[in-house]
Design a protein around this ligand. Sequence first.
Ligand code: PLP
Length: 358
Amino acid sequence: AFNFAAGPARLPDAVLERARDELFARGPDAASALERPFTDDAFRATLAHARERLAELLALPPNYRILFLAGGALHQFSLVPMNLLGDARHAAYADSGYWSRRAMAEGARYADVVLAARHAGPVPLAAPALGRWALPAGCAYCHITPNETVDGIAYPGLPDTGDVPLVADCTSCFLTGPVEVSRFGVLYASAQKNIGPAGLTVVIIREDLLGRPAPRVPAPHCYRLQAEHDSCVNTPPTWAIHVAGLVFDWIADAGGLAAMAAANRRKAERLYAAIDGSEGFYVAPVATGHRSGSNVRFHLADDRLTDLFLAEAEAHGLTHLRGHRQVGGLRASLYNAMPEAGAAALADFMAGFARRHG
Ligand code: PLP
């Protein structure tokens, strides 16, 4: 059986097995990784391991810091302006779909929001055009969502924002392939897709941007304070960080981010080929070149068959394929832990369903 949920999503089997064993493995201090105080040296070693492993995977430049924070990406929609706006009035946001619009709406509570770019649309759906984006002087940052989880849209590259730091919500594409961290001021991703248990968010920030927190930002939400205290201003999500370290080990053992990218490409190609080869039975609404490899969005030309598709898929062990309620249709999420056999099983099922009902 394969779970195609957009998140919380499938974790690698090897990670679940290690996590299960470690859940029960009490050390000489009579505590397991779930039970140990965050002030203990053993937890600090776990934290350092996760941080160092992630830095290796990302080939992190030395002037960037990794924060492991409690909460989700939605928290960052507020924490980014709270921590980066400084004396500036303006923050720019690109509109690429559902999540970028939510980030923009939250940003508008703190800043004068400028629309950096938007796809002329409506169909086929695509990311905003790249190139040099015109941003106001003194703009604190420019926020993008490189992979739109709901819409199934991925940027084919990065915009040129000049001196304005690029801030990216990488929640649904983090660690799915190599990334040039130096192109960004801040990258963040909540954990429940490619990192580990929900409740943890990874923030990667260029050191020179740590100096701008708003005076009233709560201590656990202050990037600078968290950087100074190794993400331990208060109790961090210790178990989630422990499991994240196991996931980072798994990625490294599997060949790192280049290997993730290659496998993810094969999985996505398999599904898009099943859609495009269906003679219009299945429809992918996103333009070629902008289609997400993480969240394959599609629908049936005859929407009346959607519930039957979902029921039959579930009977085949292919679960959580319903599209987001905002857009309907179907969605198959293919994060790192989805084996290639999962994408193949879904593609085969789709072909059979089209034969039976086309
Ligand atoms: N941003 C993106 C791109 C997402 O996919 C999600 C959730 O799916 C969020 C933000 C919200 O994340 P969270 O629920 O962790 O706050």
